[in-house]
Design a protein around this ligand. Sequence first.
Ligand code: SF4
Ligand code: ZN
Length: 319
Amino acid sequence: MRCRTCGEKAVINMRQHKLALCTAHFLAWVPEQVERSIRRYHMFTHDDRLLLAVSGGKDSLSLWAILTRLEYTVDGLYINLGIDGGIGYSAHSHDCAQNFAREHNLKLHVVDILKDYGETVPELAMRTNRGRHKPCSVCGLTKRHVMNLLTKHAGYDVLLTGHNLDDEAAILFGNTINWVGSYLIRQGPVLEADRPGLARKVKPLCRMYEREMAAYALLQGIKYIHDECPYALGSTSIYYKELLNKIESDRPGAKLSFYLSFLQARRSGLFSPSADERAELVHNCPQCGQPTSAPGLCIFCRMFVNVNERLDSSGMEVL
Ligand code: SF4
Ligand code: ZN
């Protein structure tokens, strides 16, 4: 297999794009694709203050490297969830994020859930009975809360996440199989900050296959955490990814087409918010100020009614 651009030996064959490339041309191709998505979906410009949620995994660290190469100024946010799972998951992912930031001279905000809120995410899930077996719902709630709060408090214009096409297709598959209209209407490359207090969120890797991002991280020599979160084992999202991989292997390009066709359907008005959804977030939490659906404390703050420490700018370590 030869590189389509220069004829040298190819290192990757992307059947979905009918494209094989050598190392040098693949490493140039990926940032071009990401830049194209940023422009196509009007995600941000070089003048915006950008905050990237960094997990220590291949996608977010590769995205940080790509955006730096494209000369965007992006700070990182790492949230230490306090997950061990017998493999020191949070400690290891924290190291990966921190080392990457140091090596590339980038600014990383660190929010440590145990230090800042007094409990790890698994402990919080146990105490509040919101996840005796898996803390994923508490984890998702916590991450969304912290990301939103820091983006707004620290004056960033846009919050970026490293979701790739495989992630988006799996989420879409789950939302479609259950016909969750309120999620379908909000899924996309850009989620506008349509309520005061909410951050604008974008996903610059939404058209990049997971395999392409793994190859990029490997060829760039990015040191990332290879382990999945221990709680992800056996999750439905992994099951959906496996199903979609089977379809993709028979029909290259199926994942991309599934996602892009959905975006097209959404643009043409196939999904529209109900009156209830439009009126959803009309109150503000008296504790953290974030929008909520009912008067009083938001769901996140209600989990901490007995814990005095609250996240504020002095509670965050900035590297
Ligand atoms: Fe959080 Fe792990 Fe669940 Fe993902 S799999 S939501 S990181 S607990
Ligand atoms: Zn709150």
